[in-house]
Each structure stands twice: as C-alpha cells, then as structure tokens.
Design a protein around this ligand. Structure first.
Ligand SMILES: [Zn+2]
Length: 304
C-alpha cells in the first residue's frame, strides 16, 4: 500500500483519544486508545502527534491524518470553539498539529465524523443526503451530501440540538433551561439526561435512559409511556429536519440510538408534521457505533 492511501482517523474526546488506521476499503489495520491529558492543551497536542508517529512506525508508511473534535473550528479565525474540553477552546489545533507533523491535517467536529462514517460505509451507504443525528449526553448532527460533509460558512450545519422543540404543546412551554442560555431546546428533551428528567417528572422515579428502555421492553407501563412521549417528540424534531433538508436517510447515534422501538415507531408518527402526502425518508440505526468518530475522521481524506 502506498503512503497516499493509508488513512489515520483520530477521535479526540473528553476522556480518551482513539486512533484507527484504515486501508482504502475501510479495513482496520490498527487501533489504539489513550486517556486524554487532563485540561492541558500542550500535552494533548503532543499526545496526538505521538499517536500518529507511533502508528506510522508500526505500519511502516505515512498516512493521511483526519481528526474529529468536540466543538467546531471557526472558519473566520481557525480557532476551536464550543468544546466541552475547554482547554481546546481558542486554540489553533489544526495549525499547531500541522507544524508538529509537518503536513496538512483535516479536522471537523465529531457529529460530522459520525455522519460521514455512516454515509461512507455504514447505515447510510448509497444514500444521497444523510442526516446523522447523535442522541447522547447532548444532541447534535452532521449532514453529508453525496459523500461530502456539508460545511457552511459558519461550520454549524446540522446543529439542531439547540433549536426549540417544534410544535410544542402548552405543557412543553417554555421548557427546561438549557446550558446554552435558552429554554426548551431539542437537546433538553431528546438527550439521555432529557428522557431521564422527563421520566422522573412524570413517574417520580429516577432511572437511567438504558433502564427506562429495558423496563419498557419488559412491559413497565410508566416506562413505556415515557418512551412514547420521547418518540413523539423525536418525530416532531425530525419532521422539522425533513421539511428543510429532505434527507434520503436519517441515521441515529448516541446512547438513545440503541432503543430498538424508535425505528419502527417514529416513522409512523412523523408524517403528521412533514409537509408531504408521504414520507420516504428512512430512519436507520448506525452500523459503526462508537467507532464512527475515528472512522469518519479517517474518511476526511476521501471515502471508499
Ligand atoms: Zn440549548
């Protein structure tokens, strides 16, 4: 394999940094994981460079390096912003790493990596327009159009988690306060913590999102009702996306994507709000799971 075809994808997370090396068909050649240096930008930079050098030494070739990060890079300033690993904010990670490695690297946010991974050789393979939505601790999304990340002037395409929950009922207004400073954001309803709070308020029981889903599957009526409310809200939030973007496929990631019943139930509901006589958009579960971050980062240099 020549050095222009090896792809190195790195997922820079708040607690771990993971690297994967892929051959041009997507086969995994190597994978390593290290803890993220705590609140130390210089140490994080060194850790990233060392992961790349060690992988290349082991494989005997230089690769093309892509990185997925929290937050996003301002196209105006080149600086990272909105990262929950706050030591990264305001830092020129791309420029610093390029200086360290002596070559260009490509960087985008982790939701874009998820969407690109699933559109390239995951659940959305072959779909023209893919909306990759992460329903986890937070809610975010990336958009891939014919194999390429939609990268607008503000570098925020797909960031619908801090739009308000659409078509709110009276008892959903003004909604819960969000860390972003507004109330009633989609994230406050559709994140893992969001469904846990909704269940607590309705059923006076504190359960994890995982337990709510498991108990609902075993016939617990209160948990099933919480999941039904969740599905109806997810249908509204995605109907809003369909009305604007009209994607071929919506791929779900994050912890809530493991709830099987969403894929059958939500498409039965969203037609009530989609401005069309029929909805052919497919709602799909991700294929690559936790590996989507590293795999999408690797495909920043071209997908299979
Ligand atoms: Zn918000």
């Amino acid at each position: 394999m020549d050095d222009k075809r090896l792809r190195l994808g790195i997922d820079l997370g708040g607690t771990k940094i993971e690297i994967v090396a892929l051959d041009p068909r997507g086969a995994e050649l190597l994978r390593r994981r290290i803890p993220t240096p705590h609140d130390d930008y210089r140490a994080t930079l060194a850790a990233l460079a060392n992961l790349v050098r060690d992988a290349e030494r082991e494989l005997g070739v230089q690769g093309l390096v892509g990185i997925g990060t929290p937050g996003s890079i301002s196209r105006a300033t080149g600086l990272l912003r909105g990262c929950n690993s706050v030591c990264l904010n305001g830092r020129p990670l791309k420029g610093d790493l390029e200086a360290e490695l002596g070559r260009e690297v490509r960087i985008t946010n982790d939701a874009n990596c998820f969407a690109l991974s699933e559109a390239s050789d995951g659940a959305g393979r072959g779909a023209g327009v893919v909306f990759g939505a992460i329903l986890g601790t937070g809610v975010g999304a990336g958009i891939v159009v014919h194999g390429r990340i939609l990268d607008g002037p503000n570098a925020i395409a797909g960031e619908w988690g801090h739009n308000p929950l659409p078509w709110p009922r009276d008892d959903e207004r003004p909604g819960h306060a969000c860390f972003c400073g507004r109330s009633g954001c989609i994230e406050t309803w559709l994140s893992g913590p969001g469904i846990e709070r909704d269940h607590h308020l309705a059923a006076h029981a504190r359960l994890t999102a995982h337990d709510i889903a498991a108990r609902a599957a075993n016939g617990d009526a209160a948990c099933a009702a919480t999941l039904s409310r969740y599905e109806e809200r997810l249908a509204r939030a995605l109907a809003h996306v369909i009305n604007i973007l009209d994607p071929d496929a919506i791929v779900l990631g994050g912890g809530m994507s493991n709830v099987d019943r969403l894929y059958a139930n939500v498409p039965k509901l969203w037609g009530a709000w989609v401005f069309s006589d029929r909805v052919d958009t497919r709602l799909l579960r991700n294929v690559h799971g936790d590996s989507s971050g590293v795999r999408g980062a690797a495909w920043l240099w071209g997908n299979p």
